[in-house]
Design a protein. Structure first.
Length: 287
């Protein structure tokens, strides 16, 4: 009996891994253009963060097979372009969305303000955001995605990557993947950073879900600017500005404030109301 129990306990990590269904794909097989020699330089990771990203990647989270909707989201974690808050603003929202039936791709983009970084925010983070969207679109059939339901989600500095990708995509032409559109079909902006918001939101902008706390002096003004721009352009938008919460409350599960603690349900409601959770395809199954 004891041997059987030990055997079952040893199986638990493998079972958990199978249920998680995560894997990583690089944005470029040979490394980022112009920086191929840095492809194998290791990342630095500790506690909640990841730094020294030289080989940008997407960590893929497949939804449970019986919940798959065909919708997808590319998540850009925050961290001031100095680091990536990869666990709380990458893995945690990925698991939340995956459980709703969304296929999720968490982007590790290059950091223009990391120590001794050779990268520029407005060039390389933008390049990574655009490549991520194009790569997901290029593999939509493989993942069983509806190409009209591929969105982007940004936290803080990651929201700036979303804005650059959406409103000022680059015009790269390195391979067939770059022929795909980088434009998301919808946006989810959680306390997005203030840079790279266009002066005018175009009439063909994707629908947006916006959220921040009013006492977030950095990024609640970003939500207001985006909201006003969206309303002027007459593009569908939903915005939530909570009284308190400050900056960096992630998915809200560490907050004592009820409004912050439960904010992800507002996102789930929006996704449902806009038919992003209505099944139109099923992602592939990892065996």
């Amino acid at each position: 009996m004891l041997k059987k129990l030990i055997f079952l306990l040893c199986l638990l990590p493998a079972i958990a891994s199978a249920q998680t269904k995560q894997f990583v794909i690089p944005l470029w097989e040979k490394g980022a253009p112009g920086f191929e020699k840095l492809r194998d330089v290791p990342e630095q990771a500790k506690d909640y963060w990841v730094k020294n990203v030289n080989n940008p990647t997407l960590t893929v989270f497949l939804p449970p097979k019986d919940k798959a909707t065909g919708s997808a989201v590319v998540i850009c974690p925050g961290g001031g372009h100095r680091l990536l808050v990869f666990n709380a603003e990458g893995i945690e929202p990925a698991k939340f969305l995956s459980d709703l039936g969304v296929t999720v791709f968490v982007l590790k983009y290059r950091l223009g303000r990391d120590t001794n970084s050779p990268y520029k925010v407005e060039v390389h983070a933008r390049e990574d955001g655009c490549r991520a969207m194009r790569l997901v679109r290029s593999r939509a059939a493989e993942f069983g995605l509806d190409t009209t339901k591929i969105g982007m989600m940004g936290f803080s500095a990651g929201g700036e990557v979303v804005d650059m990708t959406t409103f000022a995509p680059n015009t790269a032409n390195t391979d067939a993947i770059d022929k795909q559109s980088a434009k998301p079909n919808f946006l989810i902006q959680i306390y997005p950073g203030p840079s790279f918001i266009p002066d005018e939101i175009p009439a063909n902008a994707p629908p947006a879900f916006l959220l921040a706390a009013d006492d977030d002096l950095c990024c609640s003004p970003s939500v207001v600017r985006l909201l006003e721009g969206y309303r002027k352009a007459k593009v569908p938008v939903e915005a939530h500005i909570f009284t308190k919460g400050d900056h960096g409350f992630n998915m809200g599960n560490r907050s004592k404030l009820k409004s912050i603690n439960t904010w992800p349900q507002r996102l789930a409601d929006w996704l449902s109301d806009n038919n992003y959770l209505k099944s139109t395809a099923r992602p592939m199954e990892v065996k």
